[in-house]
Design a protein around this ligand. Structure first.
Ligand SMILES: [Zn+2]
Length: 482
C-alpha cells in the first residue's frame, strides 16, 4: 500500500462579540432569545432601508488581521453575494470579495510533537450572517435573529497535513480570538464554525487531487474525528482504484459518520458586485493607530517568553498562557512575590496550576475576577516561606481569602492560624497522643516504624493543622526512643 498524506484547508466563520449587528442596531447575540425577536427592517431586508456599518466590527477584524500578520488595506469594499435561500431575505449577502479588509497572513501552530506548522491565510474578510432554517414535522421554520450578525470569514491555504494539525489550528485560533477579546469562539454555540476541505495524495507528490468538503461540525473533537474518517475513506477508495469525487459531506455527530449532502457542482455564480448602499471602509492611519494602540502580546509569543524569562517548563507556560487573564495573573503574582524576596516563579506557577486553577474552574470566572488577587497569593506564599504558617494552612487560606476578600495576614491573626512552633505546646499534645494509643506505641517500639506518619498526623489533627510538622516529628521520635 502506498503512503498517503492528507491535504487539509479550513474555512472558518467567526462570530464577533459586538453588542449590535453589523448594519443595524439589533442585538447581535440571540443564543438565549426566542426566534425572530432581534430583527428590524434592515436585517430582514425590507424595501427602502439602508445599512449603516458598525465601526466595532471593523475594529475587531483589524485586530485579527494584525494578529495574522496580514496586510490591512487602507481602503476596502463591501460586495453583494447574490444567492437565493429562504433564510436570506434580501436575496444577497453583504460580504467582501476582491478588495477585502485584509490580504495574506499566516499563523504558526506549535504541535505537541515538537514541530511547528505554518498555515497561510488565503482569505480574511467581513460579512453578515444569514438566518437559520429548521425543519419541523414537514414544515420549514425560519429564524431571522442571526441575519446581520457580524462575521469574519477566514480561509486557510491547504497547508494542514493531518486531522491533529487541523484540531490544533482550531485550538490556537479559539485561544487567539478570546485573547483578542473579539469573539467568544464557542463552537457549540456556533460562534466559531468550521468546514474542512480534505484530499489525499501519495506522500511527496506536488499535485492536488479532488477534495471533499466536510460541513456541519460543531466541536474541535468532531472536526478531528470527521477528518480522520474522511482520510480513511479516501484512502480505501483510492486503494480500490476508484476516483475521489468532489462531494460535500455532512458530519452526523450522533452516529459518528459522514453523509453525502450533494455532489459538488461548479462554483455557484454569485454575481458579485459592489454594494451600492455602503461607502468603502477607509481605514486612515489615525483610526488604525487607535485600534492597534493596545495590541497585546499574543499567546504564543507570551508562551515562549514565559519559558525564557521565568525558566518555566513548556508545559507550565502553555497552561498559564491558555487565557490572557490567567497569564496576566501569573505575571502580577510573580512580580508581587519576587522583589526583595526573590520569589521563585516556578513556585508561583505550581500554586496557580494546582490550586488557583481548581478554584477558577469551580467558580467559573476569569482570573481577573478573583478576590484572591495576585498580591494576596504572593502574600500567602511569603507567609509559608517565612514559616508563619505551614503549607496546608496556606492552601486553606486561599479559599478563605477568596470568600472574604480579606488580606491573608489579617485572617491568620484573626483566626490564630499561625504555625505552632512552640516546643512545649507540641510536646503536651504528643504526650497525650502516645498515652491514648498504647497499642500503636507498642507496635512502633516493636519495629513498625512506618507508624511515625500516623503519630504525626494525630498531633496535627489535635492541633487543627497548625503544628510545625517537622518539629512534631522530632519530638515524637525523641519520646518514643526513651
Ligand atoms: Zn436589525
Amino acid at each position: 500500500m502506498a503512503d498517503y498524506e492528507a491535504i487539509i484547508g479550513l474555512e472558518t466563520h467567526i462570530q464577533l462579540n459586538t453588542t449590535s449587528k453589523i448594519f443595524c442596531a439589533c442585538k447581535a447575540d440571540s443564543w438565549f432569545d426566542p426566534p425572530n425577536t432581534n430583527i428590524c427592517p434592515v436585517c430582514t431586508g425590507l424595501p427602502g432601508v439602508l445599512p449603516v456599518l458598525n465601526r466595532t466590527v471593523v475594529e475587531k477584524a483589524v485586530l485579527l488581521a494584525a494578529a495574522m500578520h496580514a496586510d490591512i488595506r487602507p481602503v476596502s469594499y463591501f460586495d453583494r453575494k447574490n444567492y437565493f435561500y429562504p433564510d436570506l431575505p434580501k436575496g444577497y449577502q453583504i460580504s467582501q470579495y476582491d478588495r477585502s479588509l485584509a490580504r495574506g497572513g499566516f499563523i504558526e501552530i506549535p504541535m505537541p510533537q515538537g514541530y511547528t506548522r505554518r498555515v497561510d491565510i488565503a482569505k480574511l474578510h467581513i460579512e453578515e450572517d444569514a438566518g437559520k432554517t429548521k425543519n419541523d414535522h414537514g414544515r420549514r421554520l425560519i429564524d431571522f435573529n442571526r441575519c446581520g450578525v457580524p462575521l469574519i470569514e477566514m480561509v486557510t491555504n491547504p497547508d494542514l497535513r493531518s486531522a491533529d494539525e487541523a484540531a490544533q489550528y482550531l485550538i490556537r485560533l479559539r485561544q487567539l480570538l478570546r485573547w483578542l477579546g473579539i469573539s467568544e469562539a464557542d463552537m457549540e454555540k456556533a460562534h466559531l464554525r468550521c468546514d474542512a476541505n480534505v484530499s489525499i495524495r501519495p506522500k511527496g507528490a506536488d499535485y492536488l487531487n479532488p477534495k471533499t468538503e466536510i460541513k456541519n461540525v460543531n466541536s474541535i473533537d468532531a472536526v478531528r474525528e470527521a477528518i480522520e474518517k474522511e482520510i480513511e475513506r479516501q484512502t480505501r477508495e483510492v486503494e480500490a482504484g476508484r476516483r475521489i469525487e468532489a462531494w460535500t459531506l455532512e458530519w452526523d455527530e450522533d452516529a459518528g459518520v459522514l453523509r453525502k449532502m450533494r455532489s459538488k457542482e461548479t462554483e455557484a455564480d454569485y454575481r458579485y458586485f459592489r454594494e451600492p448602499d455602503l461607502l468603502p471602509i477607509t481605514l486612515d492611519e489615525s483610526w488604525k493607530g487607535d485600534i492597534l494602540a493596545g495590541f497585546p502580546e499574543l499567546p504564543l509569543e507570551r508562551r515562549s517568553r514565559f519559558t525564557r524569562q521565568y525558566g518555566l517548563p513548556e508545559y507550565d507556560a502553555d497552561i498559564l498562557t491558555g487565557e490572557r487573564s490567567l497569564s496576566d495573573y501569573f505575571e502580577s503574582a510573580v512580580s508581587a512575590y519576587g522583589g526583595a524576596y526573590g520569589g521563585d516563579p516556578k513556585r508561583v506557577s505550581n500554586w496557580i496550576m494546582n490550586d488557583v486553577q481548581r478554584m477558577l474552574r469551580e467558580l467559573g470566572i476569569p482570573a481577573a475576577q478573583l478576590k484572591l488577587t495576585p498580591a494576596f497569593l504572593a502574600e500567602i506564599l511569603r507567609l509559608v516561606d517565612a514559616g508563619t504558617i505551614n503549607t496546608s494552612t496556606g492552601k486553606a487560606l486561599l479559599g478563605k481569602v477568596q470568600e472574604s476578600g480579606q488580606e491573608p495576614t489579617a485572617i491568620v491573626q484573626a483566626e490564630g492560624l499561625g504555625k505552632v512552633s512552640d516546643d512545649a505546646a507540641i510536646r503536651a499534645v504528643a504526650e497525650e497522643v502516645l498515652r491514648e494509643n498504647p497499642n500503636e506505641v507498642a507496635s512502633y517500639r516493636g519495629g513498625k516504624v512506618t507508624l511515625m506518619g500516623w503519630f504525626v498526623g494525630q498531633v496535627m489533627r489535635k492541633m487543627r493543622g497548625k503544628a510545625d510538622a517537622n518539629l512534631a516529628r522530632s519530638i515524637l521520635e525523641e519520646m518514643l526512643r526513651s
